[in-house]
Design a protein around this ligand. Structure first.
Ligand code: PLZ
Length: 444
């Protein structure tokens, strides 16, 4: 048991973490970065403990993964039980019930009451790749449309689908063909003003698909209903429904990438629930299994079943231990009503972010939903000039004070908050106090 309390035993990172970071440099590829190099020995709920006995408040959840809290008791119990039974068979060789149960739960929980099927994988990128494979197979078309600021993974296809060059793509090309980038409905930065964003962005979407792809060549449109790595961008109310309707009218598969926004993160089971339309396919990962590697593509039976038997799979996809963790995580989300918790976190945190915005004058926008919240930082509120150095400095000031925070955004100026949904109110408010201090320190 780790007490849900912040402890600063040394400076951050402490001496033992600094030593381990030296070992890391000599053994781990420089290509694998570490945002906050404290070496973790234990985690529970909203706290991470490190090798120097510091205890940090977690506002990152391992990038929206430990939604049910680190070391969630139900997940631990399920994983242990499954390990006692068997660790692996490969579902394609000899199947097991847990895989089927996860797919049944996904059919029940994902948006839409149509007949659904799923395929299980091990990472978000794999889920997105498979969704594209399925959409191409089902439509007989090749082109895939993605959006500015989109993030979909680090495999060759998903790198090509990801918008931002540095650090994800730089020098790693050539990328897969038939990926087209569409303008994103980004209200805060819409050139003619936020109020025009819905209509003009949809028109830009429609005309770009028509002119640069051709509707009848387009297999899929892939959109994060709230963009993650790209900056927690929330499209205007109604935009996603229009895109989905357009896809429907033209036989294009509409894929919602909910790898980051799914599983109670935004205060609904999925961010798409908020939009009033069901995607044809949805990709999930991260939050699904409380920290175990599990991912899925779920969607309309006629699309998912268009693929020939044996066309989808992978050695580890839907590993039994990961599936057991998934079933237990979903149970926790239900039993502990984590959608309500996410909305409660929004209610508590947004006013604190508003106070920071009022005091500092560097917050261009507060946005997000539920426990997927961010502030976009600018050096000039009128010109909206991105402030990436300031963002990095505030992030660092949080780390030094024992708060694990993350940044994101195409311009590196978005400061995001992804606490575990089980985090206690006290810890959340202590985190908010640290945010205030960090802003003050970085601006001093
Ligand atoms: N789709 C919407 O957010 C992963 C990336 C971290 P994987 N986002 C975190 C990093 O720098 O590598 C993500 C996502 C969305 C797909 C993915 C990819 O999921 O499990 O990292 O492959």
């Amino acid at each position: 048991m780790i007490e849900q309390q912040r402890v600063l035993a040394t400076s951050i990172p402490g001496p033992r973490s600094i030593e381990l970071q030296q070992r890391k440099m000599a053994a781990v590829s420089a290509g694998v970065g570490t945002g906050l190099p404290i070496y973790v020995t234990a985690g529970e709920g909203g706290i991470l403990r490190d090798v120097d006995d510091n205890q940090l408040i977690d506002f990152g959840s391992g990038i929206a993964v430990t939604n049910v809290g680190n070391r969630n008791p139900r997940v631990v119990e399920a994983v242990q039980r499954q390990m006692e039974d068997f660790t692996h068979t490969c579902f394609m060789v000899t199947p097991y019930e847990e895989y089927v149960e996860v797919c049944e739960l996904l059919a029940e929980l994902t948006p839409g009451d149509h007949d659904k099927r799923s395929a299980l994988l091990s990472s978000g990128a794999e889920a997105v790749e498979n969704a594209v494979k399925i959409a191409r197979h089902a439509t007989g078309r090749q082109a895939v449309a993605v959006f500015e600021h989109g993030y979909h993974g680090r495999t060759n296809l998903t790198m090509g689908m990801t918008a931002k060059n540095m650090p994800y793509k730089d020098g790693f090309g050539p990328f897969a063909p038939e990926v087209y980038r569409l303008p994103m409905a980004y209200p805060y930065r819409w050139p003619t003003g936020e109020k025009n964003c819905l209509d003009e962005a949809f028109e830009a979407f429609r005309s770009t698909v028509h002119a640069q792809i051709g509707e009848e060549r387009c297999a899929a449109v892939v959109l994060e209903p709230i963009q993650g790595e790209g900056g927690f961008i929330v499209p205007p109310e109604g935009y996603i429904a229009r895109v989905a309707e357009y896809c429907h009218d033209h036989g294009i598969v509409f894929i919602a990438d909910e790898v980051q926004s799914g599983f109670c993160r935004t205060g609904d089971w999925f961010a798409m629930d908020h939009e009033g339309v069901a995607p044809d396919l949805i990709t999930t990962a991260k939050g699904i299994a409380g920290g175990m590697p599990l991912a899925a593509v779920t969607g309309r039976a006629e699309i998912m079943d268009a693929v020939h038997p044996g066309g989808l799979g992978g050695t580890y996809g839907g590993n039994p231990v990961a599936c057991a963790a998934g079933i237990a995580s979903i149970e926790s989300m239900r039993e502990d009503d984590l959608n309500a918790r996410a909305r409660h976190i929004e209610e508590l945190l947004v006013p604190r972010l508003q106070t920071i915005a009022d005091r500092t004058g560097v917050v261009g926008e507060i946005r997000g939903r539920g426990a997927m919240l961010a502030v976009e930082l600018v050096s000039d509120l009128d010109l909206k000039t991105p402030a990436p150095e300031l963002t990095a400095a505030i992030n660092k000031a949080c780390h030094e004070r024992g708060l694990v925070t993350l940044t994101c955004g195409t311009y590196g100026n978005v400061f995001r908050f992804l606490p575990p949904l089980t985090i206690g109110d006290d810890l959340l408010m202590e985190g908010a106090d640290i945010l205030e201090e960090a802003f003050a320190a970085a601006l001093a």
